[in-house]
Design a binder for this molecule. Structure first.
Ligand code: 0JX
Ligand code: SF4
Length: 314
């Protein structure tokens, strides 16, 4: 069995930034750090931070007044921010700058009363945060997830309409939905392509390449990670036997019957240590020691600026 590693894989710039915000907070503040939602959707990362004393909450009401809160990389709604300010929390905003960019777009449409369509997955925290940037009662934001939703959608004013997307969607599916939207609403405006981020795009391209030269793909990532799920979905769509695993512990030896070339990738929230452990395990069960690497590494870095910290009091 040969191992082929995809590049890029694993942590994106937004995830690295979010983790380093929490690590700095742990050093700076001599009090409990609360995180609104899982900082990133990865079991290993969440467990590690929990061991360092961080407390994850789903609601701002669970946090004592005057505490430190970190907003997860997926972002929060305006309402959540308001609640945090009301409780006089110190807010560290770990929302990925690329999610913030989408928030700003929705906020702009909202203030102009332009109806907005968000392509995304219902119930995902990024979608909740993005929907929650629209607060103009005279306009509306609509969530659509499929071509069928485009068919069923009716808006008040087809002349003034905007669309945005979740950042971690399937490139291929989203293209289809956008083109259906443009057919139905020829005057709709939106981003040049879509708001799917560079990290999601690059990891999907790498999986497509991997699928051409492997007969099995292991995607390291947690079950609630949208971008990791899209990688596994893409692998399967290419006809390659693909599995989404949290760690090497999820692997079953029976998967490897008649497998010659195993591809490995990792979602944007999955740390490299988990990939290393998978490689170690595969070598133990007989995979070749020499590993082939395809693609190019990413170099993007997102800085942490002063306005990452928002103090609701002095
Ligand atoms: O579920 P997602 O892919 O949106 O999030 P995850 O797995 O935490 O990835 C990093 C954060 C991405 C935000 O866009
Ligand atoms: Fe940002 Fe993309 Fe990473 Fe999400 S997956 S945190 S949008 S870079």
């Amino acid at each position: 069995m040969n191992i082929i590693l995809a590049n890029p894989r694993g942590f994106c710039a937004g995830v690295k930034r979010a983790i380093s915000i929490v690590e700095s907070a742990l050093k700076i503040y001599k009090q409990t750090i609360y995180i609104k939602h899982e900082l990133v959707h990865n079991k290993y990362v969440v467990n590690k931070l929990s061991l360092k004393g961080v407390i994850f909450v789903e609601k701002i009401s669970q946090i004592p007044d005057f505490s430190v809160v970190v907003f997860s990389a997926h972002g929060v709604s305006k309402q959540v921010k308001k609640e945090a300010i009301k409780k006089k929390l110190i807010i560290l905003n770990a929302t990925c700058p690329l999610v913030t960019k989408v928030h700003m777009e929705v906020s702009k449409s909202s203030s102009k009363g332009i109806e907005t369509i968000l392509i995304g997955h219902k119930g995902h925290p990024e979608v909740e945060g993005t929907m929650g940037q629209y607060n103009n009662k005279n306009g509306q934001i609509y969530l659509i997830q499929s071509l069928k939703d485009v068919d069923n959608l009716s808006v008040k004013n087809i002349e003034k309409l905007n669309f945005v997307t979740q950042t971690t969607l399937s490139i291929l599916n989203t293209k289809k939905i956008i083109s259906a939207l443009k057919n139905k609403f020829p005057k709709i405006s939106g981003p040049y392509k879509e708001d799917i981020c560079y990290a999601t795009t690059n990891r999907q391209i790498a999986v497509s390449q991997l699928s051409k030269i492997t007969d099995m793909i292991l995607v390291v990532g947690s079950k609630n990670s949208s971008n990791s799920n899209r990688l596994a979905e893409l692998g399967k769509e290419t006809g390659t036997f693909t599995k989404l695993i949290d760690s090497f512990l999820d692997i079953k030896e029976e998967w490897f019957k008649n497998i010659n070339n195993i591809g490995i990738t990792a979602g944007a929230s999955a740390p490299e240590i988990l990939v290393k452990e998978v490689i170690q395990y595969l070598k133990k069960i007989g995979a070749n020691k020499k590993i082939r690497i395809i693609g190019k590494e990413e170099k993007k870095v997102f800085k942490i600026s002063k306005n990452t910290i928002y103090k609701a009091f002095n």
